[in-house]
Each structure stands twice: as structure tokens, then as C-alpha cells.
Design a protein around this ligand. Structure first.
Ligand SMILES: N[C@@H](CCC(=O)NCCCC(=O)O)C(=O)O
Length: 253
């Protein structure tokens, strides 16, 4: 039986409706590589019974997004440099992340998801990091071709002995990059699991988490079927979700 994984939705507007949705690559990687069933959670913020939801799922997957966490969530002043926002997603994802950590539910946070994880635990974000001294440009290549935008194009180095290294090994791995924000002040509850060559934090884990609680700034979902480190991440997440489901089932007996 496929264990259920909660996926917080983005809100988009088209065809005169507001839609709550998640991009297919995350869902495909969840089903086909992690072997779990993604359950889309609409971005209704405080209307969501997070403890009740977490009692019925065995994992949480936070997707990337073009939108940014609203700067008021980490004490910064809003500006056009921080836009676009999705405050409905923030109001849903931040409590969901905190609840998953508190309940020990396996958590995989990707790109915006890593940024939400840091903010949910008291950290802050920098915006337009490509303008910071010594930083590379981590934004997506300009292209209408998604394979080009998500191409693998820079190295990250996993911290020896860390949670990420146990999944992908300690040799440097190559990743894609589609972000203009990054961790500024790292939450005291997070450990750095990998950095890019310019020092950008590229992966984190929750200190003391009983199981899988990892955030990555890149997009393993996009090449999860063919790229070994990407596949290993989703396989490890799936294994953690199944282990949690097993404990769940035992507790229910
Ligand atoms: N908006 C934030 C988070 C980055 C992120 O999740 N990128 C995914 C973008 C997907 C796409 O462009 O198709 C940031 O820019 O740092």
C-alpha cells in the first residue's frame, strides 16, 4: 500500500479561478521513485488541522516555487526585490513543517521548501543573492526549455558524516539551480549538510530529528529517474516514509 505524503500547494490564478496546485515533477518523483502517494494539501492556512493531517500521513514533501516566503515571516521589510509572494502557501507550509518536525514525520523540503524550513525554525533569508559579494548566480538559465532551466550545472559538497552524505556519499555532487534567495541566518535547529563553491548553503537537516528531515536548495525531483544523487534522495525519503508508516500501523494495533 502506498503511504501518503502531504504536499503543500501553491496558489495560482488562471481561467478566472484561484487554483491550489503542485508541479508534476515533484509528484512524479514521489510516486515513481519514492513509492509514495502525494496528497495535495490546499493552502488554507489556519483552516488546516495540521495535527490531524499529520496523524494520517507518513511524510511531508515541500516543493519549490517561483514565489518567495513573505519577508515579514523573518522580520525583513517587504520590497519588490522579495516578490512574488504566496502568503496562503506560507500560512500553510510553515505550520505544517513545524508540526511534522514536532511529530517526527519524515520531511523532505526542496528549494522554497528549504527556505520555508529555515524560516519556520527561526532563520532568515537573503534575496537576490547573485548580487552579494562573492556569490555566483544561482538563478535558472533563461530558456523556454525546462530541461535547460533544470540542467545540472554546479557542484555542492556534502558535509562528511552528515545526513546528506549518508544518502549521496561525501564526494561532491552536481546539481541544478533555480533560486535567487538563500539562507541568510541559519536556524539554530538546522545543520548545514552541503554548500556550493561560493558558500551558499545548499542542504540542511533538522538537528536531533529521529528520521529523515532534510532540505535541499536544488531540484532532485526533476531528474529523479535518471540522476543518481537525485534518485537516492527520493529513495531515502520513501524508505523513511515507509518506516514511519510501519510504526504508525504497529501503534494502531
Ligand atoms: N523563489 C525562491 C525559491 C526557489 C525555488 O523554489 N525555485 C523553483 C523555481 C521553479 C521554476 O522556476 O520553474 C527563490 O527564488 O529562491
Amino acid at each position: 500500500m502506498q503511504p501518503l505524503v502531504a504536499v503543500a500547494c501553491d496558489v495560482r490564478e488562471f481561467e478566472r479561478y484561484r487554483w491550489h496546485a503542485a508541479p508534476e515533477p515533484y509528484l512524479r518523483a514521489a510516486i515513481e521513485v519514492a513509492g509514495v502517494l502525494p496528497l495535495l494539501v490546499p493552502a488554507f492556512g489556519p483552516a488546516i488541522d495540521v495535527p490531524g493531517l499529520l496523524a494520517r500521513v507518513d511524510g511531508v514533501l515541500m516543493t519549490g516555487s517561483k514565489t518567495n516566503v513573505h519577508p515579514s515571516r523573518y522580520g525583513a521589510e517587504p520590497s519588490s526585490r522579495h516578490e512574488p509572494y504566496d502568503e496562503d502557501r506560507d500560512a500553510t507550509s510553515l505550520p505544517l513543517i513545524r508540526g511534522a518536525i514536532e511529530a517526527g514525520v519524515p520531511l523532505f523540503a526542496i528549494c522554497r521548501g528549504l527556505q520555508e524550513l529555515n524560516v519556520a525554525l527561526g532563520g532568515s533569508l537573503a534575496t537576490e543573492i547573485q548580487e552579494l559579494d562573492g556569490r555566483d548566480d544561482h538563478r535558472a538559465p533563461e530558456s523556454d526549455d525546462q530541461d535547460v532551466r533544470f540542467e545540472i550545472r554546479h557542484a555542492v559538497t556534502p558535509e562528511a558524516g552528515g545526513a546528506l552524505a549518508r544518502i549521496v556519499g561525501t564526494e561532491g555532487i552536481a546539481v541544478n539551480s533555480l533560486h535567487r534567495q538563500g539562507v541568510e541566518r541559519l536556524s539554530s535547529r538546522l545543520a548545514v549538510e552541503a554548500r556550493a563553491g561560493d558558500g551558499t548553503i545548499e542542504a540542511v537537516s533538522v538537528i536531533g530529528a529521529p528520521g529523515f528531515a532534510v532540505g535541499v536548495q536544488w531540484h532532485p525531483e526533476y531528474w529523479a529517474a535518471t540522476d543518481t544523487p537525485s534518485r537516492r534522495l527520493f529513495e531515502a525519503f520513501g524508505a523513511a516514509v515507509r518506516a514511519h508508516a510501519g510504526r504508525h500501523a504497529q501503534a494502531a494495533e
